[in-house]
Design a protein around this ligand. Structure first.
Ligand SMILES: O=C(O)CCC(=O)C(=O)O
Ligand SMILES: [Fe+2]
Length: 335
């Protein structure tokens, strides 16, 4: 039986004039959407999931050598992260790769990336996927700018408004993240254990791959006012390509648009005892951030000018992308 899907699926390849409007509409309502027509093949995404699983199977003593410290790169062990400070810490482990050069897809040489990942074939896959995620983000940001009908100025075409804040030679918070949530074992994980607490994402947009029979992501829908499950969508329109990717708006895009684009609260739950989750959950996430010094000022669009400052940014003065990231990381890791 087909699972209900609260999210629109937008095909970005077929080049319809309606696509920017359709995309914008999904992001001003749910804040989450499925993107079809991306450039990821099934084969490469499957290989990436295999790599992620093999990494998390390495001994804890190895993974802990690359523990995340003051930067955002590194291994994050079980119960270390707390995305919802009102609840218990998250029962998941993760590996962040940050401090990225988005032209080459490589992290800076100081970032504590496990040498296991740096082995030639693995590194080639990881860096090519980072480049692809970034290219997809830029395409989506352009679509968004067209949908928002951002003012054209002499120096800047409106459709480049976001993309011009993504200079590839400048630092940003963009991060590739592998996550692993063990399946529920009611003896060791009593009910109430949280896999990922309710939160919004910190960047401008997030892209996420998940796998069949490993569901658990839920969004707090602004349409229904209820928690709704994000299903796994098996196939898109394009043979040989990975299934539609989950995309959502993060805080920065909400600030930029005075809350028109929704940075929707989401969480990852264990399925209930009845649903008997049979597999661990793995997800692969790309958090896209503009350059660190980018000001979170409103975009010049008539759709935004008519709004009061009612976004996530209740406290503005306009801060920068980096200031926002530092604030959020401090509360997530209690540093
Ligand atoms: O694993 C997931 O499905 C969600 C992960 C997530 O929301 C996050 O890391 O921000
Ligand atoms: Fe998230």
């Amino acid at each position: 039986m087909c699972k209900p899907n609260p999210l629109k699926i937008v095909d970005i390849k077929s080049n319809s004039n309606e696509t920017p409007k359709e995309f914008l509409n999904a992001l001003t309502t749910q804040g989450f959407v499925f993107i079809d027509g991306h450039d990821f093949t099934s084969k490469e995404v499957n290989t990436l999931f295999q790599l992620s699983k093999a990494f998390f199977e390495l001994p804890m003593s190895y993974k802990e050598q690359f523990a995340k410290t003051e930067g955002n790169t590194g291994y994050i062990s079980f119960n270390r992260e707390n995305l919802d400070p009102t609840r218990k810490n998250d029962f998941k482990e993760g590996l962040n790769i940050s401090d990225l050069n988005l032209v080459t897809g490589e992290p800076s040489s100081e970032a504590p990336v496990p040498d296991w990942i740096k082995e030639a074939e693995r590194y080639e896959l990881v860096t090519s996927v980072i480049r692809k995620f970034n290219i997809l983000t830029l395409k989506l940001l352009e679509l968004l700018a067209i949908g928002l009908n951002i003012d054209d100025t002499e120096t800047l075409k409106g459709r480049d408004w976001f993309v011009s804040r993504y200079r590839p030679d400048a630092k940003s918070g963009s991060t590739l993240r592998f996550l692993h949530y063990p399946k529920l074992n009611f003896d060791s994980n009593p009910v109430g254990e949280v896999r990922a607490g309710a939160h919004t994402d910190y960047g401008s947009m997030t892209l996420l791959f998940q796998k069949q029979n490993q569901e658990g992501l839920e969004i707090f829908s602004q349409i229904s006012g209820k928690w709704e499950k994000v299903p796994y969508i098996e196939t898109g329109k394009f043979p040989g390509m990975a299934p539609p990717i989950v995309m959502n708006i993060g805080d920065l895009a909400s600030y930029w648009t005075a809350g028109l684009l929704k940075s929707t609260i989401h969480r990852v739950r264990f399925e209930s005892q009845d649903e008997k989750q049979s597999e661990d959950r793995y997800s692969i996430v790309f958090f896209s951030h503009p350059n660190d010094e980018t000001l979170l000022e409103p975009v010049p669009s008539d759709l935004i000018k008519s709004r009061s400052k009612s976004g996530v940014a209740k406290d503005t003065k306009y801060i920068t992308a980096l200031q926002h990231l530092h604030r959020k990381l401090a509360s997530t890791y209690d540093v």
